[in-house]
Design a binder for this molecule. Sequence first.
Ligand code: PMP
Length: 302
Amino acid sequence: MKYAFFNGKIVPFKDAKVSIMTHAFNYGTACFEGIRGYYNPKKKQLFILKLADHYERLLRSCKIVRIGMKYSVDELCDITLKLAKKNNYHEDVYIRPLAYKSQEKIGLGLSGVDDDFCMFLSPFGKYLDTSKGINVCLSTWRRIDDSSIPARAKLTGSYINSSLAKSEAVENGYDEAIMLSMDGHVSEGSGENIFMLRHGRLITPYLADNILEGITRSNVIRIARDELGLEVEERSVDRSELYVADEIFLCGTGAEIAPVLSVDKRKVGSGKIGKITKDIQKIYFSAVRGDIPAYTNWLTAV
Ligand code: PMP
């Protein structure tokens, strides 16, 4: 973390600091993104995955919680490229832009509070074990509901919900938690969307089941359809369907494609990584490093 973008310019990372009275620090009033950059050593090139899509989602999050954004998607992409070039990492990176209520102000209202935008970038490896697979549990914490905190907006404050679920899972010996919505439908992982294979069909919770509208989720839908000829069914999923699924995987920018070996101690399929999961992983990992021509439009070269 050498340089950050802060107060409208690129500055040394150590100088990017906010006050303890900042609205966002006190109330969780910030929207953010998590973006991956993949380094291709053969091409000596860093590729940023789905850059514009992340900023389109950031602008949607800002709109929902009334955070003003002075930059357009194109300008945000441009700032990201400048910051990535300046940091000059020759390894995989994680990019974290944040739009936040920057004013030093006591009081909860969202309108009339100053906003700002900042970003940092850090070297980043694996978030979950994608090669061995993971063991998950159903969380005792319910996923935030759209009627309390909108799940489709990626808000810092919402991540208390995800952190409670993730901690509980890890403290109990699991790798990750799956959360149910208030109505009992399967929603998503603490930081990933979920897919299952049943009777040869790929199924994922639909958007109104309080999921974050994942960018990896749509990448998977495209790979499944175009490369494997599988239509994806988007619908509500019951908890017990997970217990009888043939394959399950989680997906997200950080998690990539993470095969699930067990749910609540029940083996998924044979308890080994499933064939469709493996096929999707293989295509995904090549695509994100710029090794499949049909998917290079997912990437922005730094
Ligand atoms: N759900 C949650 C709660 C997340 O934090 C993430 C990661 N941003 C995802 C799903 C996956 O979204 P994406 O594929 O866009 O990273």
